[in-house]
Design a protein around this ligand. Structure first.
Ligand code: C2O
Ligand code: CU
Ligand code: CU
Length: 429
């Protein structure tokens, strides 16, 4: 597990972006970056209330810390308008006020996000209310409550991790040939023979996982990006695109050594589990209900917007461009949408060429439809990122203010696409 950074007692949080060096499975060491360590960052536990953060940048280029999944005003969002210069410190004084959720944080410098996240500048956040015992959910960090960051990385024949996107990689997003879990190659989890909670984050630049267990054991989905479901949903496969999180419960009673796999058609192993009967299983019953409350906004008057995620072959040939939203590549100085504070909007998202994972800052949304049909089960809860193979309709209330100098972003979470211009920004006032 990543180290824990528990902010609940102090209401304070200190992160330092630093360069590192890491060798994977005994291969040659490569230059990496992380928060407070060589690669990735600590798992931050927070509760509702004031949180005084401090982020130091010891790199020789600007980084930022975007709190993906935290409901915060534009001035604390940590997006491309809030770069932390080399040697500088950013001190957002935030007020956390939201339902419990698994969120994450990562750097978000325009045109540098893909390379910087790939190098390791990301970590997980748990927003908790301390009531998981009442919910009957496993909550012992690293024992029956596992945080798993899934990232594919490319290793060359000498075992060196590389990031050297070609034209094709920029087009499809950069994918790897090995899967790291929490920054480790070849790791495994030893779990008790009971119910175990997996908090999964797809922290990959571009790869979408279609997760399942090799012995077909069911996954019980309890939370999506923005919080708990009203009741667990049984799934035999779970799709997770870049930026998305899911919390699932797995029943390991009866032992065994199941492997979490991806892609039923051309399957590969993601993460192996082993059970240990010596470990005490604290939770042995699956909860039947949870306390997630979903809103569907059906009665709210809503403005409708069209969002086309554009990728043009022509533009690609003309010099690597062609990535845009509604025909316009991202421009730091252009506000794309002006949203009224507290209003509800329906956005109709359309992908071109490939399936794009669509993310909006500062809101949690519901998916109303996917290609004209009801959403997939894993998209029925609160979301902030959703894969759009075709079309999707989402609805959200915009409760976080954001001025013209610190607008909120919406973009494709394939980081190469985002950096190439598939991003827009909006104010909320
Ligand atoms: Cu996870 Cu705008 O990003
Ligand atoms: Cu975000
Ligand atoms: Cu995309």
């Amino acid at each position: 597990m990543p180290p824990l950074l528990d902010t609940r007692a102090s209401g304070r949080l200190s992160l330092t972006a630093m360069t590192g060096s890491k060798s994977f499975l005994g291969g040659p060491a490569v230059a990496t970056a992380g928060f407070n360590q060589d690669y990735l960052g600590p798992t931050i536990i927070m509760r509702n209330g004031d949180l005084a953060a401090e982020v130091n940048n010891t790199l020789d280029e600007a980084v930022s810390v975007h709190w993906h999944g935290l409901m915060l005003p534009g001035e604390y969002d940590g997006g491309p308008h809030l770069p932390i210069a080399p040697g500088a410190t950013w001190r957002p004084r935030m007020a956390i006020a939201q339902d419990p959720a698994t969120a994450w944080y990562h750097t978000h410098i325009h045109e540098r996000t893909a390379a910087q996240v790939y190098s390791g500048l990301a970590g997980v956040t748990h927003v908790t209310d301390g009531r998981d015992d009442q919910r009957g959910l496993p909550a012992e960090y690293g024992v029956d409550d596992l945080t798993l960051v899934l990232q594919d990385r490319r290793f060359d024949t000498t075992g060196r991790m590389v990031y050297d996107p070609s034209m094709m990689d920029r087009m499809h997003g950069f994918t790897g040939n090995r899967i790291l879990v929490n920054g480790q190659l070849g790791a495994a989890a030893v779990v008790p023979e009971g119910i175990v909670r997996l908090r999964l984050l797809n922290g990959s630049n571009a790869r979408t996982y279609n997760l399942f267990f090799d012995d077909a054991r069911p996954m019980h989905l309890v939370a999506t990006d923005g919080g708990f479901l009203p009741a667990p949903l049984v799934l035999d496969a779970l799709r997770l695109s870049p930026g998305e999180r899911a919390e699932i419960l797995i029943d390991f009673a009866g032992g065994g050594a199941p492997v979490l796999m991806s892609d039923p058609e051309q399957s590969y192993g993601v993460f192996p589990f082993a059970t240990d009967s010596e470990l005490s299983a604290r939770i042995t019953q699956l909860p039947t209900v949870l306390d997630g409350v979903l809103e569907d906004f059906t009665d709210a008057p809503a403005l409708t917007r069209q969002v086309s995620l554009d990728m043009g072959m022509g533009g690609m040939m003309m010099g690597g461009g062609g990535f845009a939203i509604n025909g316009q590549p991202f421009d730091m100085d252009r506000i794309d949408f002006e949203v009224a504070l507290g209003s509800v909007e329906r956005w109709h998202i359309r992908s071109t060429m490939v399936a794009h994972p669509f993310h909006v800052h500062g809101v949690r949304f519901r998916v109303l439809s996917e290609n004209g049909a009801p959403p997939r089960p894993e998209n029925t809860g609160w979301k902030d990122t959703v894969l759009v193979p075709g079309e999707a309709e989402i609805v959200a209330r915009f409760d976080q203010p954001a001025g013209r100098d610190v607008p909120l972003m919406f973009h494709c979470h394939i980081l190469e696409h985002e950096d190439a211009g598939m991003m827009g920004q909006f104010t909320v006032s």
